[in-house]
Write a protein that binds this ligand. Sequence first.
Ligand code: AP5
Length: 246
Amino acid sequence: MAETGQTVATIPAVLILLGPPGAGKGTQARLLEEDFGLVQLSTGDMLRAAVAGGTPAGLAAKAVMEAGGLVSDEIVLGVLRERMEGLAGGLILDGFPRTGAQARALDALLAGTGRRVDAAVSMEVDDDAMIARVAGRYSCAGCGEGYHDRFRKPAVAGQCDKCGGHEFRRRADDTAETARKRLQAYHDQTAPLIAHYAAQGVLKRVDAMASIEAVRGALAGIVRGLDGAALTPPAASAAERNHPEM
Ligand code: AP5
Protein backbone atom coordinates (compact mmCIF):
# COMPACT_ATOMS: atom_id res chain seq x y z
CA MET A 1 0.00 0.00 0.00
CA ALA A 2 3.03 2.28 -0.06
CA GLU A 3 1.97 3.92 -3.29
CA THR A 4 -1.47 4.59 -1.80
CA GLY A 5 0.05 6.51 1.09
CA GLN A 6 2.27 8.53 -1.18
CA THR A 7 -0.69 9.51 -3.32
CA VAL A 8 -3.01 10.87 -0.63
CA ALA A 9 -0.90 11.35 2.47
CA THR A 10 -2.13 14.93 2.71
CA ILE A 11 -5.84 14.25 3.26
CA PRO A 12 -7.02 16.15 6.38
CA ALA A 13 -10.17 14.05 6.73
CA VAL A 14 -11.97 13.16 9.96
CA LEU A 15 -12.90 9.48 9.78
CA ILE A 16 -14.83 7.52 12.40
CA LEU A 17 -14.53 3.74 12.70
CA LEU A 18 -17.72 2.30 14.20
CA GLY A 19 -17.94 -1.37 15.06
CA PRO A 20 -18.21 -3.90 17.89
CA PRO A 21 -15.22 -5.24 19.82
CA GLY A 22 -13.03 -7.25 17.48
CA ALA A 23 -14.35 -5.61 14.29
CA GLY A 24 -10.80 -4.53 13.47
CA LYS A 25 -11.04 -0.81 14.31
CA GLY A 26 -7.63 -0.66 15.96
CA THR A 27 -5.97 -2.85 13.31
CA GLN A 28 -7.31 -0.74 10.47
CA ALA A 29 -6.71 2.59 12.21
CA ARG A 30 -3.01 1.76 12.46
CA LEU A 31 -2.95 0.76 8.78
CA LEU A 32 -4.69 4.01 7.82
CA GLU A 33 -2.00 5.89 9.73
CA GLU A 34 0.62 4.12 7.62
CA ASP A 35 -1.23 4.46 4.32
CA PHE A 36 -2.50 8.02 4.60
CA GLY A 37 -0.67 9.80 7.40
CA LEU A 38 -3.88 10.16 9.43
CA VAL A 39 -3.58 10.20 13.24
CA GLN A 40 -5.31 7.41 15.19
CA LEU A 41 -7.23 8.57 18.25
CA SER A 42 -8.36 5.53 20.25
CA THR A 43 -10.36 6.34 23.37
CA GLY A 44 -9.78 2.74 24.51
CA ASP A 45 -6.00 3.27 24.35
CA MET A 46 -6.31 6.66 26.09
CA LEU A 47 -8.38 5.12 28.90
CA ARG A 48 -5.98 2.16 29.27
CA ALA A 49 -3.09 4.65 29.53
CA ALA A 50 -5.04 6.55 32.21
CA VAL A 51 -5.66 3.30 34.11
CA ALA A 52 -1.97 2.35 33.87
CA GLY A 53 -0.96 5.85 34.98
CA GLY A 54 -3.34 5.80 37.97
CA THR A 55 -4.85 9.19 36.99
CA PRO A 56 -8.25 10.22 38.44
CA ALA A 57 -9.89 9.38 35.07
CA GLY A 58 -8.14 6.00 35.04
CA LEU A 59 -9.18 5.16 38.59
CA ALA A 60 -12.80 5.96 37.73
CA ALA A 61 -12.70 3.99 34.44
CA LYS A 62 -10.90 0.80 35.51
CA ALA A 63 -13.75 -1.21 37.02
CA VAL A 64 -16.21 -0.22 34.28
CA MET A 65 -13.79 -1.29 31.55
CA GLU A 66 -13.02 -4.61 33.22
CA ALA A 67 -16.77 -5.29 33.49
CA GLY A 68 -17.29 -4.57 29.77
CA GLY A 69 -19.42 -1.44 30.25
CA LEU A 70 -19.02 2.05 28.83
CA VAL A 71 -17.05 4.67 30.73
CA SER A 72 -19.01 7.89 31.43
CA ASP A 73 -19.27 10.44 28.64
CA GLU A 74 -17.73 13.08 30.92
CA ILE A 75 -14.52 11.09 31.49
CA VAL A 76 -14.17 10.01 27.86
CA LEU A 77 -14.73 13.52 26.53
CA GLY A 78 -12.18 14.85 29.02
CA VAL A 79 -9.40 12.54 27.80
CA LEU A 80 -10.29 13.03 24.14
CA ARG A 81 -10.40 16.85 24.29
CA GLU A 82 -6.98 16.88 25.91
CA ARG A 83 -5.55 14.62 23.18
CA MET A 84 -7.18 16.55 20.31
CA GLU A 85 -5.74 19.90 21.31
CA GLY A 86 -3.57 21.27 18.54
CA LEU A 87 -4.25 18.39 16.10
CA ALA A 88 -5.10 20.04 12.78
CA GLY A 89 -4.47 17.20 10.29
CA GLY A 90 -6.44 14.10 9.38
CA LEU A 91 -7.87 11.99 12.22
CA ILE A 92 -9.20 8.47 12.62
CA LEU A 93 -11.48 8.16 15.62
CA ASP A 94 -11.26 4.55 16.80
CA GLY A 95 -13.91 3.61 19.37
CA PHE A 96 -15.34 7.12 19.64
CA PRO A 97 -18.11 8.23 19.65
CA ARG A 98 -20.01 5.44 21.39
CA THR A 99 -23.13 7.24 22.57
CA GLY A 100 -25.44 9.89 21.18
CA ALA A 101 -24.07 12.42 23.67
CA GLN A 102 -20.51 11.71 22.50
CA ALA A 103 -21.53 12.07 18.84
CA ARG A 104 -23.12 15.46 19.51
CA ALA A 105 -20.09 16.59 21.55
CA LEU A 106 -17.78 15.54 18.69
CA ASP A 107 -19.83 17.51 16.15
CA ALA A 108 -19.53 20.60 18.38
CA LEU A 109 -15.82 20.06 19.02
CA LEU A 110 -15.05 19.78 15.30
CA ALA A 111 -17.29 22.70 14.38
CA GLY A 112 -15.22 24.82 16.75
CA THR A 113 -12.20 24.25 14.51
CA GLY A 114 -14.07 24.56 11.21
CA ARG A 115 -14.21 20.83 10.61
CA ARG A 116 -16.78 18.07 10.57
CA VAL A 117 -17.01 14.28 10.32
CA ASP A 118 -16.13 13.42 6.70
CA ALA A 119 -16.93 9.70 6.90
CA ALA A 120 -18.28 7.31 9.55
CA VAL A 121 -17.49 3.73 8.60
CA SER A 122 -19.67 0.97 10.00
CA MET A 123 -17.48 -2.14 10.16
CA GLU A 124 -20.03 -4.91 9.75
CA VAL A 125 -19.33 -8.30 11.33
CA ASP A 126 -20.93 -11.41 12.87
CA ASP A 127 -21.14 -11.32 16.67
CA ASP A 128 -19.97 -14.92 17.18
CA ALA A 129 -16.79 -14.43 15.16
CA MET A 130 -15.98 -11.36 17.25
CA ILE A 131 -15.66 -13.40 20.44
CA ALA A 132 -12.92 -15.52 18.78
CA ARG A 133 -11.14 -12.44 17.46
CA VAL A 134 -11.10 -10.70 20.83
CA ALA A 135 -10.17 -13.77 22.86
CA GLY A 136 -7.16 -14.54 20.58
CA ARG A 137 -5.76 -11.04 20.49
CA TYR A 138 -2.47 -9.78 21.94
CA SER A 139 -0.11 -6.90 21.30
CA CYS A 140 3.54 -5.93 21.51
CA ALA A 141 4.36 -4.53 24.95
CA GLY A 142 6.87 -2.16 23.38
CA CYS A 143 5.07 -0.48 20.46
CA GLY A 144 1.47 -1.71 20.78
CA GLU A 145 1.36 -3.47 17.39
CA GLY A 146 -1.60 -5.86 17.40
CA TYR A 147 -1.51 -9.60 16.70
CA HIS A 148 -3.80 -12.61 16.90
CA ASP A 149 -3.14 -16.26 17.81
CA ARG A 150 -4.67 -17.41 14.51
CA PHE A 151 -5.34 -14.45 12.20
CA ARG A 152 -2.25 -12.26 12.51
CA LYS A 153 0.94 -13.85 13.78
CA PRO A 154 4.32 -12.07 13.75
CA ALA A 155 6.47 -13.05 10.73
CA VAL A 156 9.08 -14.43 13.15
CA ALA A 157 7.48 -16.24 16.10
CA GLY A 158 7.90 -14.30 19.35
CA GLN A 159 9.25 -11.15 17.68
CA CYS A 160 7.30 -7.99 16.88
CA ASP A 161 7.29 -7.19 13.14
CA LYS A 162 7.31 -3.47 13.83
CA CYS A 163 9.83 -2.85 16.63
CA GLY A 164 11.55 -6.23 17.06
CA GLY A 165 10.39 -6.48 20.70
CA HIS A 166 9.95 -9.85 22.37
CA GLU A 167 7.39 -9.02 25.07
CA PHE A 168 3.68 -9.27 24.37
CA ARG A 169 0.57 -8.67 26.48
CA ARG A 170 -3.16 -9.41 26.55
CA ARG A 171 -5.88 -7.02 27.70
CA ALA A 172 -7.69 -7.63 30.99
CA ASP A 173 -11.08 -7.25 29.26
CA ASP A 174 -10.33 -9.78 26.49
CA THR A 175 -12.11 -12.75 28.03
CA ALA A 176 -15.02 -14.35 26.19
CA GLU A 177 -17.42 -13.37 29.00
CA THR A 178 -16.43 -9.68 29.01
CA ALA A 179 -16.38 -9.58 25.21
CA ARG A 180 -20.07 -10.64 25.24
CA LYS A 181 -20.90 -7.75 27.59
CA ARG A 182 -18.96 -5.32 25.37
CA LEU A 183 -20.88 -6.59 22.34
CA GLN A 184 -24.14 -5.97 24.16
CA ALA A 185 -23.03 -2.44 25.08
CA TYR A 186 -22.22 -1.86 21.40
CA HIS A 187 -25.66 -2.97 20.22
CA ASP A 188 -27.51 -1.04 22.93
CA GLN A 189 -25.61 2.26 22.93
CA THR A 190 -23.35 2.58 19.87
CA ALA A 191 -25.11 0.89 16.94
CA PRO A 192 -27.84 3.61 16.98
CA LEU A 193 -25.11 6.06 15.82
CA ILE A 194 -25.22 4.37 12.42
CA ALA A 195 -28.55 6.14 11.83
CA HIS A 196 -27.08 9.44 13.14
CA TYR A 197 -24.32 9.39 10.51
CA ALA A 198 -26.62 8.09 7.77
CA ALA A 199 -28.78 11.17 8.41
CA GLN A 200 -25.67 13.37 8.02
CA GLY A 201 -24.94 11.67 4.66
CA VAL A 202 -21.48 10.47 5.71
CA LEU A 203 -22.15 6.80 6.53
CA LYS A 204 -20.10 4.13 4.72
CA ARG A 205 -20.41 0.38 5.27
CA VAL A 206 -17.55 -2.10 5.05
CA ASP A 207 -17.68 -5.90 5.23
CA ALA A 208 -15.26 -6.38 8.12
CA MET A 209 -15.57 -10.20 7.95
CA ALA A 210 -13.22 -10.04 4.95
CA SER A 211 -9.46 -10.42 5.36
CA ILE A 212 -7.44 -7.65 7.01
CA GLU A 213 -5.94 -6.70 3.62
CA ALA A 214 -9.35 -6.68 1.91
CA VAL A 215 -10.78 -4.40 4.61
CA ARG A 216 -7.68 -2.21 4.30
CA GLY A 217 -8.34 -1.88 0.57
CA ALA A 218 -12.01 -0.99 1.13
CA LEU A 219 -11.07 1.71 3.64
CA ALA A 220 -8.38 3.04 1.30
CA GLY A 221 -11.08 3.44 -1.35
CA ILE A 222 -13.24 5.41 1.08
CA VAL A 223 -10.38 7.72 2.10
CA ARG A 224 -9.39 8.31 -1.51
CA GLY A 225 -13.01 9.21 -2.23
CA LEU A 226 -12.78 11.97 0.39
CA ASP A 227 -10.02 13.68 -1.54
CA GLY A 228 -12.45 15.96 -3.30
CA ALA A 229 -15.74 17.74 -2.95
CA ALA A 230 -16.88 15.84 0.15
CA LEU A 231 -13.88 16.97 2.14
CA THR A 232 -13.95 19.98 4.43
CA PRO A 233 -11.60 22.47 2.75
CA PRO A 234 -8.40 22.61 4.81
CA ALA A 235 -6.97 25.95 5.86
CA ALA A 236 -3.65 24.85 4.37
CA SER A 237 -2.39 21.72 2.63
CA ALA A 238 -0.33 19.27 4.69
CA ALA A 239 2.72 20.26 2.65
CA GLU A 240 2.14 23.89 3.62
CA ARG A 241 1.61 22.97 7.26
CA ASN A 242 4.83 20.96 7.31
CA HIS A 243 6.73 23.70 5.43
CA PRO A 244 5.14 27.01 6.45
CA GLU A 245 7.62 28.92 4.30
CA MET A 246 5.88 27.50 1.15
P1 AP5 B 1 -11.69 -0.29 22.98
O1 AP5 B 1 -10.26 -0.39 23.27
O2 AP5 B 1 -12.15 0.75 22.03
O3 AP5 B 1 -12.19 -1.73 22.58
P2 AP5 B 1 -13.37 -2.24 21.63
O4 AP5 B 1 -14.23 -1.23 20.97
O5 AP5 B 1 -14.07 -3.24 22.45
O6 AP5 B 1 -12.64 -2.74 20.42
P3 AP5 B 1 -11.45 -3.71 20.42
O7 AP5 B 1 -10.18 -2.97 20.67
O8 AP5 B 1 -11.75 -4.89 21.28
O9 AP5 B 1 -11.54 -4.24 18.92
P4 AP5 B 1 -11.10 -3.61 17.55
O10 AP5 B 1 -12.33 -3.36 16.74
O11 AP5 B 1 -10.14 -2.50 17.72
O12 AP5 B 1 -10.39 -4.88 16.94
P5 AP5 B 1 -8.85 -5.18 16.67
O13 AP5 B 1 -8.37 -4.36 15.53
O14 AP5 B 1 -8.07 -5.14 17.93
O15 AP5 B 1 -12.48 -0.04 24.33
C1 AP5 B 1 -12.23 -0.81 25.50
C2 AP5 B 1 -13.12 -0.32 26.62
O16 AP5 B 1 -12.81 1.07 26.91
C3 AP5 B 1 -14.61 -0.33 26.33
O17 AP5 B 1 -15.19 -1.58 26.59
C4 AP5 B 1 -15.10 0.78 27.29
O18 AP5 B 1 -15.19 0.30 28.60
C5 AP5 B 1 -13.98 1.80 27.23
N1 AP5 B 1 -14.20 2.82 26.18
C6 AP5 B 1 -13.40 3.04 25.08
N2 AP5 B 1 -13.89 4.06 24.35
C7 AP5 B 1 -15.00 4.47 25.00
C8 AP5 B 1 -15.97 5.50 24.71
N3 AP5 B 1 -15.88 6.26 23.60
N4 AP5 B 1 -17.01 5.66 25.57
C9 AP5 B 1 -17.11 4.89 26.69
N5 AP5 B 1 -16.24 3.91 27.02
C10 AP5 B 1 -15.20 3.71 26.17
O19 AP5 B 1 -8.98 -6.69 16.16
C11 AP5 B 1 -9.28 -7.74 17.06
C12 AP5 B 1 -8.43 -8.97 16.69
O20 AP5 B 1 -8.90 -9.50 15.46
C13 AP5 B 1 -6.95 -8.64 16.49
O21 AP5 B 1 -6.19 -9.67 17.04
C14 AP5 B 1 -6.77 -8.56 14.97
O22 AP5 B 1 -5.48 -9.00 14.58
C15 AP5 B 1 -7.86 -9.50 14.47
N6 AP5 B 1 -8.46 -9.01 13.24
C16 AP5 B 1 -8.74 -7.73 12.92
N7 AP5 B 1 -9.31 -7.64 11.71
C17 AP5 B 1 -9.41 -8.92 11.26
C18 AP5 B 1 -9.93 -9.51 10.05
N8 AP5 B 1 -10.46 -8.75 9.08
N9 AP5 B 1 -9.88 -10.85 9.94
C19 AP5 B 1 -9.34 -11.63 10.93
N10 AP5 B 1 -8.82 -11.12 12.09
C20 AP5 B 1 -8.87 -9.79 12.25
